[in-house]
Design a binder for this molecule. Structure first.
Ligand code: RB5
Length: 147
């Protein structure tokens, strides 16, 4: 599984914790930044991560901003990106099983470290179920085509 993560300045500490956690589990993840507290614009970070998923350089992304809202709005503008802002493990699981989410979004100022790591673990564990859910995703893809 080829992973990439990115955040704005509102979530750098949580992003760093997630990277540390995944590396400790033996997973590789590209860190697209940001790396400090200097303000950056979350659409720029969404672009870095989403373009690598669009061009199939990466399989899954994790994006964070302060609330998770701005960066998920930006990410979902990219064709083929299904970014899911999750606050608990159930949302993370269902966003994979039913929505085939390819970007997990978290709010760095909204949830704590332990919950965030647990959400990430559940997200990475679950797979898309296909079937009737694929037909719904096909309808979303059609919306993208008509824009
Ligand atoms: C940055 O201050 C903040 O607006 C951003 O991280 C995010 O919460 C936007 O949705």
């Amino acid at each position: 599984m080829r992973l990439i993560i990115g955040c704005d300045h509102g979530a750098t500490p949580l992003k760093d914790e997630i990277v540390k956690h995944l590396v400790a589990k033996g997973l590789e993840i590209e860190d697209a930044g940001t790396f400090g507290t200097t303000p950056v614009d979350y659409p720029d970070i969404a672009k870095k991560v989403c373009e690598k998923i669009q061009n199939k350089e990466k399989d899954l992304g994790i994006l964070l901003c302060g609330t998770g809202i701005g960066i998920s709005i930006a990410a979902n503008k990219y064709i083929g990106i299904r970014a899911s802002l999750c606050h608990n493990e159930y949302e993370a699981e269902m966003s994979k099983r039913h929505n085939d989410s390819n970007v997990l979004v978290l709010g760095g100022r909204v949830i704590g470290r332990d919950l965030a790591l647990s959400i990430v673990d559940r997200y990475l564990l679950c797979d898309f179920e296909g079937g009737r859910h694929q037909a719904r995703l096909d309808k979303i893809a059609l919306i993208e085509k008509l824009q």
